[in-house]
Design a protein around this ligand. Structure first.
Ligand code: PRP
Length: 179
């Protein structure tokens, strides 16, 4: 275990097993479709890479970078798009892949935006769901794990851009971010 970790929350094996299970649910629902997977960078990149390799239908892959700076503030306004998808999504089935839902700001706005652009359907797959932190009305269609309000790192998730490459989800020691 990394010395900055308090403890491991989800092991490599737990992640692998659950992601396979969730991929099977997606496989059932999208068996006759060709969805566009929209991976929200950077956090979702490891999860997305593992998830889509367990999908059996043809998929297209797109990436977005968005800013959730507005989260939680009264005048949050619209989502800031730093990198957009590179094709027209009109009439397409979209599956947004996220690493974590916190306040729900990012996904509430992103889902609305993609529907506004004419997406036929927009579903959400998330690795982690911090229900206790929710401020916006967003419920993932596929969720791997509900987690408590802890500072999680690894498997794509960072603190100051570090720890994304850990193969498990760990809880960051308080001393690391409080020092
Ligand atoms: C995280 C996460 C979601 C968002 C969730 O991204 O990947 O996009 O925050 O928070 P919300 O539900 O309160 O909107 P972050 O801004 O940390 O970027 P990163 O994925 O590049 O680390």
């Amino acid at each position: 275990m990394h010395p900055d970790c308090e403890r491991i929350l989800l092991t490599e094996q737990q992640l692998k097993t659950r992601i396979k299970e969730v991929a099977e649910l997606v496989n059932k629902d999208f068996a006759d479709k060709t969805p566009i997977i929209v991976s929200i960078l950077k956090g979702s990149v490891i999860f997305c890479a593992d998830l889509i390799r367990s999908l059996t239908m043809p998929v297209e892959l797109e990436f977005m970078v968005v800013s959730s700076y507005g989260s939680g503030t009264v005048s949050s306004g619209k989502l800031k798009i730093k990198k957009d998808v590179e094709r027209n999504i009109d009439g397409k089935d979209i599956i947004i892949v996220e690493d974590i839902i916190d306040s729900g700001f990012t996904l509430a706005n992103l889902k609305a935006l993609l529907l506004e652009r004419g997406a036929k359907s927009v579903k959400i797959v998330t690795l982690l769901n911090k229900v206790a932190r929710r401020e916006y009305d967003i419920v993932p269609d596929y969720n791997c794990f509900d987690i408590e309000d802890e500072f999680v790192i690894g498997y794509g998730l960072d603190y100051n851009e570090i720890y994304r490459s850990l193969p498990y989800i760990g809880i960051l020691k308080r001393s690391v971010y409080e020092s």
